[in-house]
Design a protein around this ligand. Structure first.
Ligand SMILES: *Cc1c(COP(=O)(O)O)cnc(C)c1O
Length: 431
């Protein structure tokens, strides 16, 4: 299978190349040249999710140098539980938060780490993943690459602008993961990353790569849990369930749409956004317009200009088609608070602010069969959830273990030269 750029289909790459490049050379995003057709019966005799992943991803790996490693990559990625739990008749929840950093981004990050570590086997120099984070992505990437051979990670985050628990998940690493607190905001961090990729010193001295959410290697494995959940649901109820997906950059929902396109028994796909409503307005008006980002309680979805919109519109250039494939609802902070508040009584659940958006949308929809996608554990966003519920939220064991570790972090000025200096010094101490 080849992967083409959304901007020019004559620009194509192998899977490995697309994983290492991140962005296509023309600035577009890589997408599969065509989606394979995988009738859902092919999944009916598989129970463990790692085997579902293997079968689903085989066509995407065909002809690539990683092809023979796919079973191991799936083993390493899907080493934690992804349960589908029925809450009441016609409403289930797909819990994607049992990974090391308690959010669904663990799946994509672990898959990418397994791939990139293997692609760099036998090379003299490690690949260095440089990542700017406003909170969630950096933790998942650091956890996924930690201890992997042939790769290092440099994480930049804005000092004092992430929650205490997020900060812990960014700074509890050592070994091949180096974390820097930038004395600036997230835009400064992102600017430094972009500058490094264009800088002579970094290009000559460090083999840089990226792991951000536009990498196709984060998106492909996320199809797996939609395949698994829909196949399990179908086996039990003989109904195609709809999915309600809390969405920001649209990577997760796109994975769901890909899974439906390849033939899995998925009904309606509905996006739940927070007050950042650019997709909702697009579906209403038919004109695509990005907005400035609004800060909300579901901050991992605070995105005014979703990066995967480019993939969505490439797949379905005509807005009427998009309207026939998805629906979208925006949920404001007031409704997020209300859903969290009554979660324990109404559903017997403590929701995190992102999942709360999807639950709110579930309550607006009619009585078809719905699977609410839970993207994070509430303990990860305890600073939002606990004041609303006025009690502590218990912490899953994996997350608790991270929170106990010592911090390793260095503060740098919001300038690429400052990062270079800190990096060179650390290299000398720790070659
Ligand atoms: C990143 C994130 C989202 C948004 O996912 P996209 O793929 O960017 O749409 C939703 N919920 C949580 C908890 C996240 O970390």
């Amino acid at each position: 299978m080849r992967f083409i750029s959304t901007r020019d289909s004559s620009q194509s790459a192998t899977l490995s190349q697309a994983l290492l490049d991140g962005l296509a050379p023309d600035g577009g995003l890589y997408v599969p040249e065509e989606l394979p057709s995988l009738p859902s019966e092919r999944f009916s005799n598989l129970s463990h999710i790692k085997y579902i992943a293997q079968r689903l991803l085989t066509p995407f790996f065909e002809g690539d140098r990683l092809e023979s490693a796919l079973p191991e990559i799936c083993d390493e990625t899907f080493a934690f539980n992804i349960p589908l739990r029925e809450l009441e008749r016609r409403t289930s929840v797909l819990e994607l938060f049992h990974g090391p950093t308690a959010a669904f981004k663990d799946v994509g990050a672990r898959f990418l780490a397994s791939c990139i570590s293997r692609l760099n086997e036998g090379a003299e120099e490690p690949v260095t993943i440089l990542v700017a984070t406003s909170g969630d992505t950096g933790g998942a990437v650091a956890a996924a690459f930690y201890g992997k051979p042939n790769v290092e990670v440099i994480v930049l985050y804005p000092q004092g602008r992430v929650s205490p628990r997020q900060e812990k998940q960014l700074t509890c690493w050592d070994d091949n993961v180096w974390t820097y607190a930038v004395d600036g905001d997230f835009d400064d961090c992102q600017r430094m990353v972009k500058a490094a990729f264009a800088d002579d010193w970094w290009q000559e001295n460090v083999r840089l790569s990226s792991a951000n959410s536009i990498n196709i290697g984060r998106l492909l494995p996320q199809m797996t849990y939609y395949a698994a959940a829909s196949a399990w649901y179908w086996q039990r109820h003989r109904v195609e369930p709809g999915f309600i997906v809390p969405s920001g950059n649209l990577g997760n929902v796109l994975a769901c749409l890909y899974a439906r396109e390849v033939g899995l028994p998925i009904g309606d796909v509905v996006l739940a956004t927070n007050a950042n409503r650019s997709v909702v307005d697009f579906l209403n008006s038919g004109d695509w317009r990005a907005f400035d980002t609004v800060q909300t309680l579901a901050n991992a979805m605070d995105v005014g200009d979703p990066s995967n919109m480019e993939r969505l519109r490439h797949m379905w250039p005509d807005v009427a088609t998009v309207r026939s494939k998805i629906r979208a609802f925006a949920v404001d902070d007031e409704d997020i608070v209300e859903q969290i508040r009554r979660g324990p009584e109404r559903w017997g659940q403590v929701w995190d602010p992102h999942t709360a958006c999807a639950v709110h949308v579930r309550e607006q929809l009619d009585s078809e069969d719905w699977i609410v996608v839970a993207t994070a554990h509430p303990a990860k966003f305890n600073d939002v959830v606990e004041p609303i519920l006025q009690r502590e939220v218990s912490i899953p064991a994996g997350l608790a273990e991270l929170l106990e570790r010592p911090n390793h972090v260095e503060t740098v000025a919001p300038k690429l030269e400052a990062l270079q200096q800190a990096y060179v010094q650390r290299r000398r101490q720790d070659p």
